[in-house]
Design a protein around this ligand. Structure first.
Ligand SMILES: *Cc1c(COP(=O)(O)O)cnc(C)c1O
Length: 358
């Protein structure tokens, strides 16, 4: 039996979108391949709020995270972490021999403007990374607020992980001065995993030219230059199956549902889960910085989350335990991609029944 997924990726994919992955293959050096990529780019620019070049990578989002920090740090990177995925970015810097320092917030708390100001005022850094929506803790940073600080340092390349929120909340990459914004297909975009997407500003391109060892597969400068030179084609063979599905899904997102409606639906889902969490449990993150694509719930009743998920599984549903060190201390319900408020209400009613909540 298929379990309806309420986990923060991978998400359930619409049947018609899934079918698009079975589109007959085309040559990756043809005009059709260029046109496909160009159509995807135009729509992804709307999702990211940017006019910069869009680039696809046949990998999950982590590939572009690693590529960004390695390709665009000439001096030293400051990694602002609010949880497991921010920490992963720091670990990527280390194993790639990229000089970096980590500024980690207490779990459940955001990155603050003060933290950024303090770090950048040292003059040590020429690249920073920020996690907009941290899937491990359920925190969403306020990018508008943070951008006011880092914009005062024009030499700094700003990289932002929007893996678990792009297409679920509004992103204004250009307005917020973001040089590289990245996401994966298997979260709020509502596709299977296997493709990652980013934008790259001219500033980031110029920076990458100063970096000698950028690697190969995730060399963002090589990706950028190939797209420019070869009319939206890639250095190696991309997953055309994902591209067919992404092109189609982006039409549904941008033109059929509309971005504004999609963001509102995500917020509506968030409000339902938050209200339920407050009634029966508690919300883990700082309430001024709650994610709109997933809710991390504090397990105040000490329930057995594994057992709950087993029982949900028997009825065709699945939620997520707490991430890493928060396992059993919290549990997470995603309200992203195509999930509707009605489905969430249905899920919550079943959890109430299983746990005998009044
Ligand atoms: C899922 C996730 C990642 C990792 O993305 P992959 O596509 O699994 O490599 C990174 N950051 C955040 C915030 C995520 O939710």
């Amino acid at each position: 039996m298929h379990k309806r997924l309420f986990i923060p990726g991978p998400v359930d994919v619409r049947e018609d979108v899934l079918q698009k992955m079975a589109t007959p293959q085309i040559g990756h050096r043809t005009k059709e391949a260029s046109d496909l990529q160009r159509r995807i780019s135009e729509k992804m620019q709307k999702v990211f709020g940017t006019k910069e070049q869009i680039m696809l990578s046949t990998s999950s989002g982590s590939g572009l995270m690693e590529g960004a920090i390695r390709s665009c740090t000439a001096k030293r990177a400051a990694v602002f972490s609010v949880g497991a995925f921010g920490n992963r970015w720091y670990d990527m810097a280390k194993v790639n021999n990229v000089p970096a320092d980590k500024y980690e917030s207490e779990w459940g708390q955001p990155t603050t403007p003060e933290m950024i100001e303090e770090a950048l005022a040292t003059g040590l850094y020429d690249l920073i990374t920020i996690t907009m929506n941290e899937t491990s803790t359920g925190v969403m940073n306020n990018m508008e607020e943070l951008s006011k600080v880092y914009k005062k340092y024009p030499e700094v390349v700003v990289c932002v992980d929007t893996v678990s929120c792009a297409a679920g909340v509004e992103i204004k990459a250009d307005e917020w001065g973001i040089d590289i914004v990245m996401t994966s297909t298997q979260k709020a975009l509502g596709l299977p995993a296997g493709l990652a997407i980013c934008s790259m500003s001219k500033k980031a391109v110029e920076r990458a030219k100063e970096v000698e060892f950028r690697g190969m597969y995730f060399d963002l400068l090589n990706l950028y230059e190939t797209i420019q030179k070869k009319d939206h084609q890639y250095p190696s063979t991309p997953s055309l199956a994902h591209m067919f599905a992404l092109d189609y899904q982006l039409d549904l997102i941008v033109n059929e549902e509309g971005l504004e409606n999609r963001y509102n639906r995500h917020l509506e889902g968030a409000k339902i889960v938050r209200a339920w969490a407050e009634k029966h449990f508690a919300i883990f993150p700082n309430k001024d910085y709650m994610s709109q694509t997933l809710t991390n719930i504090e397990n105040t009743k000490g329930i057995d989350v594994g057992e709950l998920n087993k029982k949900l599984g028997e009825r065709g549903y699945m939620i997520s335990n707490g991430y890493g060190k928060m396992k059993n201390k919290t549990f997470r319900i995603a309200h992203m991609a195509e999930t509707t408020p009605e489905e969430l209400k249905e899920l919550l009613a079943i959890i109430e029944e299983i746990l005998d909540l009044k």
